[in-house]
Design a protein around this ligand. Structure first.
Ligand code: DX5
Ligand code: ZN
Length: 222
């Protein structure tokens, strides 16, 4: 892999009342990870397009939107239209994932597809060429601050092997419990894009935490 590992801080762990200042603390990030939750697909509620539009207007780095919502076929294109660089929806929630991914790309966003920890990655092999990013959740989606699930690593490895076999340039993202203690095993299993909420915003110096995570991941990338 030629690119340096990407570190995408999740603003779920930021102070929602001071978002402009929080965004200014992560200028060294590759993308800002924006968790949209609808209290249906997951048992938690965050924010919708209006808030994401303001974050888009305020953020010094591009947006990596993670939609944990039902009916992404209806809602995801709006996030691409407001300018998000990357829009990821869940396979478990989409009615027509291939058509949706193509639509996101047509609008100009990177198209991403996510799977929960128990969803097999083999179900993604058919869509691999139509997406720019695959997110393998390393916790059950819904909340920040949960423990990394190492049992998701074998399927990440299978996905990474398949992508490599096809010569695919798809980015492989992990999200949930990523910290200095866990990032090496995810990099080792093939991840190149890392979401970290508490490990970045919980640090005294978020930009330093980002650099340290990137360095650790790079040391375990092969
Ligand atoms: C969980 C979210 C994650 C979350 C990660 O459902 O998708 O992006 O913010 O938070 P940490 O890094 O604290 O596990
Ligand atoms: Zn997320």
């Amino acid at each position: 892999m030629s690119d340096a590992p990407r570190i995408n801080p999740s603003i779920l762990a930021a102070d929602f009342a001071d978002m402009r200042a929080e965004l200014a603390r992560i200028g060294g990030a590759d993308f800002v990870h924006v968790d949209v939750m609808d209290n249906h697909f997951v048992p938690n509620l965050t924010f919708g397009p209006q808030m994401v539009e303001r974050i888009q207007a305020t953020s010094p780095v591009p947006l990596d939107v993670h939609l944990m919502i039902d009916d992404p076929d209806r809602w995801a294109p709006g996030y691409a239209e407001l300018g998000a660089a990357s829009v990821t929806f869940h396979l478990e929630a989409a009615n027509e994932p291939v058509a949706l991914a193509r639509r996101l790309r047509a609008i100009g966003a990177r198209a991403g597809i996510a799977v929960k920890p128990m969803t097999p990655v083999e179900s993604l092999f058919d869509i691999l060429d139509d997406v720019d990013q695959i997110l393998v959740m390393t916790v059950e989606p819904g909340f920040g601050g949960q423990s990394f699930m190492p049992e998701t690593m074998p399927k990440l490895r299978r996905l990474s092997d398949e992508a490599r076999r096809r010569g695919s340039s798809v980015w492989l993202q992990v999200d949930g419990g990523i910290s200095p203690d866990t990032i090496a095993q995810a990099a080792d299993a093939g991840a190149d894009t890392f979401v970290a909420g508490s490990a970045v915003f919980g640090a005294d110096d978020p930009d330093r935490a980002i650099a340290a995570l990137r360095k650790l991941a790079a040391a375990h990338t092969h």
